[in-house]
Design a protein around this ligand. Sequence first.
Ligand code: ARG
Length: 457
Amino acid sequence: KENKLWGGRFEESVTDAVERFSESISFDKALYKQDIMGSKAHATMLAEKGLITISDRDRILDGLDDIKRRIEAGEFVWRTDREDVHMNIEAALTDMIGEPAKKLHTARSRNDQVVTDLRLWCRDAIDDILTHLKRLQVALVNLALKNEGLIVPGYTHLQRAQPVLLQHLLLSYVEQLERDAGRFADCKDRLNFCPLGACALAGTGLPIDRFMTSEALGFIAPLRNSIDAVSDRDFVLEFLSANSITAIHLSRLGEEWVLWASEEFGFLIPNDSVSTGSSIMPQKKNPDPMELVRGKSARVVGDLVTLLVLCKGLPQAYNRDLQEDKEPLFDSCKTIKGMLEVTTEFAQNISFNHERIKRALPAGHLDATTLADYLGVPFRTSHDIAGRSVAFCLSKNCQLSDLSLSELMRIDPVFEEDVYEFVGVDNSVKKFCSYGSTGSECVSEQLMFWVSKLGIN
Ligand code: ARG
C-alpha cells in the first residue's frame, strides 16, 4: 500500500472498510477543474511571495495543466486509496514532477482548498442555471405570443373564478422565474468570496497574499475570518434553497399542464415528441415529462433538507461531515437543470385547444365579478345582487348574459340596458384595466416588457 500524504504519524494503514467509507473521490472528482484552478493560483502566489522558486512554480503549473489534459482525455486514473480529488491530483503531480509538487500544499489545507473549489463550482453552476431559466422564460413568452387573445378560465381553489387571457397566465410564470433568477444572482454575489489561505482554520504564519489568490480566481475579496471561511456551507444552503423555490414553481406549472392535458380539461395538447405511451393501454398518451418535473421537485427539496440537517449543530470549524455536502449539491443542480430543460422543450411542443377552451368558457359564471363591479351601488350590495343573479341562472341552467333585462330588473331595479356590455367573458376580460390586470392592453404592455427584456426577435 502507498503511504498516505498524511501518513507520517501513523503506524497502521486504515482498514479497507474505512477507506471505502470515507473516500469522496467517486463524486468529488467533479471538482477537478476548480481544484486545478485553485492550485495554480496558489502556486503562482507562493512564487510571487518567494515561498517557492519560479522554476518550481513553472513545473507545478505545467504538471497541473498536463493532469487536466489527462483527466479530460479520460487517461487519468482516480484512486480510491488517495481519498479525494485534492490528494489524487497532488499525489499524481508528485508522481510526475517529484520534489516541487511537495511544496504546493505550503500554507494550504484541504479545508480551505475544498471550500474554495466548491465556491468556484457553485459560481459556474449558477451561471448555467441562469441560462436555462432564461431559455424557459423565452419559451413561455413565445407561447404567449402564439396565443394572442385566447381567453381561459382563471381558477381559485381550482374552481372557476374570473376569465383571464392565457398570455396573462403564462406571463405569471415568467415573473416567478424572474424572481428565481434574482435569488440565484444574489446567492452568487454573496458566495463570491475567497476562503483560500484560511488553511486548516487559523490562517498561517507564512507570508502569503490572500488578496492575490482571491483576485486571480475572480472572487470579490478574501473572506475576512479564517474560521468562518472553512466552517460554513451557508452558500450551498442558499443555492439549494434557490433551486428548491424554482423546483416548486416548476412543479406548479407541471401540475397545471398535466391537468390541462387531461380529457376532463382538454385545454392543452402536447406533441407526441413530449409524450409517452402505456405498456398496457394502447390508447394512452401521457404528459410524463411534466409529471416528472412535478415529481423531481421532491429530490431538490430533499437535497436541501439533507444539507440543512447536515449542517445543524456542527461545531466550528471544519468537520468531516461536510464532505457530505457535495452529493446533494450536485444532485440538486443536475436535477433542476433537467427540469428547466424539459419544461422548456415541453413549452416549445404544446398547443392550446382554442375550440375546446371556448366551449368551456360559458360554464362557471366567470363574469359575475364584472357584473358586481358594474352595478354602481356599494360593493357589498352589488355582490349580493350579482350573487342572486347567479342563483337565478343556476335555477334556469343558463348564463348571466342569457338573462333578459326584465328578468334582471326583477332581481333588482338597478339593472339597465348597458348591463350587456359587462356580461360574457369577452366583455368581462375587457373591463380589467388597472395596472397588472388581465385586460388586453395591460397584457400587451407586459408582453412588450418581456419581449424587450429577454431580447426576443
Ligand atoms: N474530502 C474532504 C471534503 O470533501 C476534503 C477535506 C478533508 N479535510 C480533512 N482534514 N480531512 O470535505
